[in-house]
Write a protein that binds this ligand. Structure first.
Ligand SMILES: C[S@@+](CC[C@H](N)C(=O)[O-])C[C@H]1O[C@@H](n2cnc3c(N)ncnc32)[C@H](O)[C@@H]1O
Length: 279
């Protein structure tokens, strides 16, 4: 386990992932009934953009760094930016919230967050970050095992974020298997699966496995900032949403063009928002 999210926090992939996450969690908080949020690969929860890791790569500058000071903030982004700004109350971008904080921003007294992280240092930071919030349980645990241990949740409604580092050559296969068995345990849960676009063939195989898995209602969102054959390691990224809330496709079709415009690099960015598997 070499991956450290601190090097990448707030980059274009985080903006993409977290702006979709915020949209789903906010929708869950519309009904009074409690929800459960399970984050299988939660990271350390808070990232210091002035720290050595973030400064070394500078990735956040082409991500959240482009958005933080926007004055005419597009409506599609307002909830995402409100979370990041609430995290930096002095008005200067210094800290970037990890996925657990974006979820917590919308959690009410009746909701519950279950966070799993396997790296001991990231786990210790995560534990400390949420130590004073009784709604949040933090586990030093393999995220794939967590799907077996914690699903279905007692609340019977909620969201699972699966956001592994894709360091291992077989991570796409592991994700697809884990998603299929989690879906058997809890067919009505919402699942959000993030993935990098580095090798278009690997992504196409992943989509095929999901299409053949028998899971229905799978939305696909993708953002590509570089051509598929560019030498950049990550040309884009995507998210699969199983059982997405009502009107998610429409809202992705508003969000993604704005993201593509604001986060574009030298060439034009492109996006997709469509059903991978319809109802
Ligand atoms: C992409 S980062 C997560 C970022 C976080 N979800 C966010 O959006 O802020 C992936 C995390 O998974 C952790 N990790 C790696 N293998 C894991 C495993 N098998 N189970 C749980 N966590 C794991 C890494 O230490 C890393 O912190």
């Amino acid at each position: 386990m070499n991956y450290r999210h601190a090097f990448h926090a707030g980059n274009f992939a985080d903006v993409f992932k977290h702006s979709i996450l915020v949209r789903v969690v906010k929708t869950l908080a519309v009904k009074d009934k409690p929800f459960c949020y399970l984050d299988t690969h939660a990271g350390s929860g808070r990232y210091d953009l002035a720290g050595d890791a973030a400064r070394k790569t500078g990735e956040y500058r082409a991500g959240v760094g482009r958005l933080f000071d926007l004055t005419d903030c597009p409506a599609e982004f307002s909830d995402y930016l409100a979370c990041v700004r609430a995290f930096n109350p002095h008005g200067t971008l210094r800290y970037y919230p990890g996925s657990p904080h974006f979820a917590k921003h919308f959690a009410r007294a009746q909701d519950r967050l279950v966070l799993c992280e396997l790296h001991p240092e990231a786990y210790a930071l995560l534990k400390q970050e949420f130590a004073r919030d009784a709604r949040v349980a933090v586990h030093l645990q393999d995220g794939y095992r967590a799907l077996k241990a914690f699903l279905p949740p007692t609340e019977r409604r909620g969201l699972v974020l699966i956001d592994p580092p894709y360091e291992a050559a077989d991570e796409f296969e592991r994700v697809a298997q884990a998603l299929a068995s989690a879906h058997v345990r809890w067919p009505s849960g919402i699942y959000a699966v993030w993935y990098p676009i580095k090798d278009a063939g690997a992504v196409a195989r992943f989509h095929r496995v999901i299409r053949e898995s028998g899971i229905r209602e799978v939305l696909l969102a993708e953002l590509r900032l570089y051509p598929d054959d560019s030498a950049i390691r990550m040309n884009g990224c995507g998210m699969l949403l199983v059982n997405p809330p009502w009107k998610t496709l429409e809202s992705l079709r508003c969000l993604l063009p704005v993201l593509a415009r604001l986060l574009r690099q030298d060439s034009d960015a492109s996006f997709r928002a469509e059903w991978l598997v319809p109802e």
